[in-house]
Design a protein around this ligand. Structure first.
Ligand SMILES: Nc1ncnc2c1ncn2[C@@H]1O[C@H](COP(=O)(O)OP(=O)(O)O)[C@@H](O)[C@H]1O
Ligand SMILES: [Mg+2]
Length: 1008
């Protein structure tokens, strides 16, 4: 290798290794050739230097894996290391006068290093003695080391305990709650004996003791079940699967610093025996952020369910989801899905939430099956007294003060715990000891803070400025934070003191060692989230902004190729940083760049949500990405096409409309032709819902000019949207064969562009054009089956295909199957927050019920659809629904009422919406005929037929002929009548509508 390259490679290697060593508190003594020699405990001795050295060694090994991946890629080499660790006395001399550190320990370490196999870390007996409670080792055979008379026993390092395995902080013993524990136990037992999924929701205010209750329960069932925790995050908007990801990582034993490949292989190992495990693995990995597979929500739900079922087969599974009041709607849907669909799987979902959950998600709470609610009451007077006694640990407390605390605490254990801790902070109980500050006098009953919030704040106020700087940095990271990250968030001069400060904070029980998010690193958690919130509230906006950026950079760097798991978190921190800077009026280049980065990250996460059909998360994330960008800037516009569509999907039509109208103007001004094309297409696509009148002419005009521009630009996404619009316009004009052609193009371009949402939308429409158009039922059935396959769980496309299949089944006489499929389709959409689309499905139900001859049922379905769309303000669909409704009402003989709906359809139906134009006429014809106006009725029915002939909606065409026949029976024109029936029958037969063909045939026979 070129010496220049070698030097560069070695420099990087040294740099990376040095970083790790420093992070663990070591010092690089020197570089000897290609070796690094580092010492711990010099100049300052720590009680855990040996452990630090081993942690550093292990971390260097993982850091090297990363480095090697990079080196392989860039220069085609990789580095292997061997490590030796030894402990002993050394002589330290001034570096200027010769070798700085000498001693037997140095020699032994060097020899161990030489004896180690590549990648191995060897330690000798003395080091092992110091760390044996924290590490696992293999005894390598005794080594005869050069320069040593006796063989030295070497140990091969296998693993290091994480912080959660270190001794736990002493919580006060549990007071009361035996009834609640029995309740938890009962539901758990039920899950086990029924081998079923059961949920228990513990509801209580902050500090009521929900988490503690769950912890106690878990300890009590230790050997009977596997228990894992997942937390919903307070800023979790859009972070749908985070709690699941946490649980999956714990189940698979995935460490935060595992390289992606290792993390994946751990998950793989867990799934090895599962049937269909490849598909399962992909989707669980995607939900955990360990793979970038595109999967729809339905599929993701399916995979998570199968995964959990699998895990619980061996041993009952307890999943604790904490802080459920912050869960995304789709996460709650997942719980619902698990409860409904898990089979033969003892799974106990223990959910903890504040009361807000029931208010904000009352609909969910009401519908979720197999769930028990447990309201966690405040501690009673006696229990409060016990808890205070426990917390006092024999210390005395003035009677008045004690009463005051009990009163203010009103049974909230957190209040009591924090209050007594504060008294300890203040030295109240040290007064009898040797070094008591004697501050006792000042503490009187009146100093008891009025609320838990005030109390938590008062405790923080007692910290030193340095401690507070550390706490403030930590609070920006979150309830759980890692030491490594924190180092990047404190002022430089504080870095070396972070360790001792954290230890002090642990002693004061403001924080405690934790393991939930960052396993390999030393991590801590605030004792309670209120403490974190209070600390966050104390920092200035200026410094919050700064700290959020620093944490984002740390997170990005440390996540490496596992950024997928953390991208939402990253987006959140960048967003917060941008917010604060903007609020403070910063507008420098750095701030603008930060805003761009924040917005781009939010948008990227939002697009992932969109691709999996998680509309509420997508709307949330894309809106945040949009809002962040300056209103005048051009970059905001690029988000409009996607955001506009998402808002339509979530039913926020007027907001979408405003945004798009504005964007069209701005895009024109900007002169960016590609962007202009996109915005215009999307706003035309949306016009179907808001302003259907003249849409198709305008669209055809626009498409004529923008398609060539997009082709010039090679913009597949633009073309996918353009052809979808074209298909949509043909669709609206009931030209289904043309629509088929356009959708085929759209699907192709979307696939090339990798645009999941576009592809799914066109597939969905393609399922619809097949159903209505001239394509025979058998062929369309096959098309829909194919669509279901390629849609791979995308709810809109899948639901579209299922809906069409339902109607096709009904046409062949399998009414019940048809109903079932249509119901499934609606449910699928509803589950994904696609309210508007779910409504459209009712039209299919109306069609099926009409085929079944149940006009009342058809009316119910269509009326629900009509009312819903008129509420949503979708004129395009309302007009058609009104006309269809008029038909079902006619069929029940209520002609006056039917006429009203004919009038609505006539009034709001767009001229080029041919279906509406045909349908209201044929319905009105029946109304007229019933009123004895036979001539006018026949004329209108004939007009409807003529219009229908201009479409290729086969069923509608035939239905209209049948209506004409009905109207003509009163005028006695039997030749025209017979002809109409015969033509209708032909059309039905050609389409494969067996049921209606049968009706026509019977009528034909009767007439002859
Ligand atoms: N029944 C109890 N007995 C003793 N200590 C309790 C009890 N309930 C809660 N605590 C303590 O009160 C504090 C707050 O409880 P926690 O479970 O974190 O509240 P929540 O999760 O409801 O917000 C913790 O320090 C916890 O150990
Ligand atoms: Mg809690």
């Amino acid at each position: 290798m070129d010496p220049e390259t070698v030097r560069r490679v070695m420099a990087r290697f040294f740099e990376e290794m040095r970083d790790v060593l420093v992070r663990h508190g070591g010092t690089v003594e020197k570089y000897i050739g290609d070796a690094v020699m580092a010492v711990f405990g010099i100049p300052k001795l720590h009680e855990d230097d040996a452990l630090r050295a081993l942690r550093a060694a292990a971390d260097m090994r993982s850091a090297l894996t990363w480095l090697n991946e990079d080196l392989q890629r860039t220069v085609g080499v990789s580095i292997t290391t061997r490590t030796g660790v030894s402990t002993g006395e050394v002589l330290v001399s001034d570096a200027a006068t010769g070798p700085a550190i000498v001693g037997d320990a140095v020699n032994v370490a060097a020899r161990l290093q030489q004896a180690a196999a590549p990648g191995e870390i060897l330690l000798e007996r003395e080091t092992y003695r110091l760390v044996r409670d924290f590490v696992s080792v293999d005894e390598a055979s005794s080594l005869v080391l050069k320069g040593k008379r006796l063989p030295v026993t070497a140990y091969r390092l296998m693993g290091i305990a994480t912080v959660d395995e270190l001794p736990r902080r002493a919580d006060p013993p549990l007071v009361g709650r035996s009834r609640e524990l029995r309740d938890l136990r009962a539901v758990f037992d039920l899950a086990v004996t029924d081998r079923a999924c059961r949920l228990l929701m513990v509801i209580g205010s902050a500090g009521a003791g929900k988490s503690r209750l769950a912890t106690e329960f878990v300890e009590g069932i230790d050997s009977e079940a596997v228990a894992v925790w997942g937390r919903c995050l307070p800023y979790g908007d859009g972070i749908t699967f985070w709690p699941v990801a946490e649980a999956v990582r714990q189940l698979a034993g995935i460490d935060v610093d595992d390289p992606l490949e290792i993390a994946r292989s751990k998950l793989q190992a867990l799934l090895r025996e599962a049937e269909g495990s490849a598909a399962l693995f992909d989707r669980v990995a995607a939900a955990t952020g360990l793979a970038d597979v595109k999967a729809g929500m339905e599929e993701t739900f399916w995979a998570i369910r199968r995964f959990l079922e699998q895990i619980s087969r061996g041993r009952p599974l307890v999943l604790i989801f904490d802080d459920l009041q912050w869960a995304e709607p789709a996460f709650l849907d997942l719980l619902d899905h698990l409860l409904r669909s898990c089979r033969d799987a003892p799974i106990f979902l223990l959910c903890l939430a504040r009361g807000d959950l029931l208010e904000e998600r009352s609909e969910w709470a009401a519908r979720v099956p197999n769930a028990t609610m447990l309201h966690l009451p405040p501690l009673g007077d006696v229990e409060t007294g016990h808890l205070i006694d426990e917390l006092l640990q024999g210390d005395d407390l003035d009677g008045g003060l004690r009463r005051r605390i009990a009163e203010r605490g009103s049974g909230n254990p957190l209040f009591l715990v924090e209050m007594i801790k504060m008294l300890r902070d203040d030295g109240l109980f040290a007064a009898t000891g040797t070094d008591g500050p004697g501050a006792t006098k000042e503490i009187t009953a009146s100093t008891v803070p009025p609320t838990i919030h005030a109390l938590v704040g008062a405790r923080l106020d007692r910290l030193s400025p340095e401690e507070r700087a550390v706490v403030h940095g930590a609070a920006v990271i979150g309830k759980v934070f890692s030491w490594g990250a924190l180092l990047d968030l404190v002022p430089d001069e504080l870095r070396s003191k972070v360790g001792p400060i954290l230890q002090g904070l642990v002693r004061r029980e403001l924080i405690a060692p934790d393991h939930s998010a960052f396993v390999g690193e030393d991590a801590f958690a605030f004792h309670h989230i209120l403490t974190q919130e209070a600390a966050y509230g104390q920092t200035s906006k200026e410094s919050r902004g700064e700290l959020h950026v620093r944490f984002a950079s740390w997170l990005e760097r440390e996540s490496g190729d596992r950024i997928g798991e953390n991208e939402e978190i990253l987006a959140y921190h960048l967003e917060q940083a941008s917010r604060y800077r903007t609020e403070l009026g910063h507008s420098d280049g750095g701030t603008l760049a930060l805003i761009d980065r924040a917005s781009a990250t939010l948008a990227s996460v939002g697009r992932r949500a969109l691709a999996r059909g998680d509309m509420s998360a997508a709307a949330n994330l894309l809106t945040r990405a949009y809002d962040l960008l300056p209103a005048e800037g051009a970059s905001r516009l690029t988000l409009v096409p996607e955001l506009g569509q998402v808002l339509v999907e979530t039913g926020e039509i007027s907001r979408a409309e405003k945004m798009l109208a504005d964007a069209v103007d701005r895009a024109k001004e900007s002169g960016d032709r590609g962007l202009e094309a996109h915005v215009r297409i999307v706003s035309l696509l949306m016009k179907e819902f808001t302003d259907p009148e003249h849409r198709s002419e305008e669209a055809l005009g626009t498409l004529g000019s923008v398609i060539p521009v997009l082709e010039d630009l090679g913009d597949d996404l633009g073309l996918a949207r353009a052809y979808r619009l074209l298909g949509d316009v043909h669709f609206a004009r009931s030209r289904y064969a043309d629509a088929d052609g356009a959708f085929e193009q759209a699907i192709e371009h979307a696939r090339k562009a990798g645009a999941q949402y576009e592809e799914a939308e066109s597939l969905r429409l393609y399922a619809g054009s097949g159903l209505y158009g001239p394509a025979p039922a058998d062929e369309v059935m096959r098309r829909c089956e194919r669509i279901r396959e390629v849609a791979r769980g995308n709810p809109t496309a899948e639901a579209g295909a299922i809906r069409s299949m339902g109607v096709l089944n009904a046409m062949r006489g399998r009414i019940e199957e048809g109903r079932e499929l249509v119901r499934t389709s609606a449910q699928l959409l509803q589950d994904h927050g696609l309210t508007m689309r779910a409504t459209f499905v009712s039209e299919a139900m109306g069609f099926i019920e009409t085929l079944a001859g149940d006009h009342a049922a058809a009316e119910r379905a269509l009326r629900a659809a009509h009312d819903e769309v008129s509420r949503l303000g979708d004129l395009g669909y309302q007009s058609t629904a009104a006309a269809l409704l008029a038909h079902t009402i006619c069929a029940q003989g209520r002609y006056q009422e039917a006429e009203r709906f004919c009038a609505i359809a006539e009034e709001i139906g767009a001229e080029d919406d041919l279906a509406t134009q045909v349908l209201w006429r044929s319905a009105k014809a029946k109304v007229l005929s019933a009123g004895g106006e036979h001539e006018a009725a026949a004329a209108l029915a004939r007009a409807a037929v003529t219009l229908a002939e201009g479409t290729d909606d086969t069923n509608m065409h035939a239905d209209t002929l049948m209506d004409l026949a009905a109207v003509l029976s009163a005028t006695g024109d039997s030749a025209e009548r017979v002809e109409a029936i015969r033509r209708a029958r032909d059309l039905y037969v050609r389409k494969g509508n067996v049921v209606s063909a049968g009706v026509a045939e019977r009528l034909e026979k009767e007439t002859l």
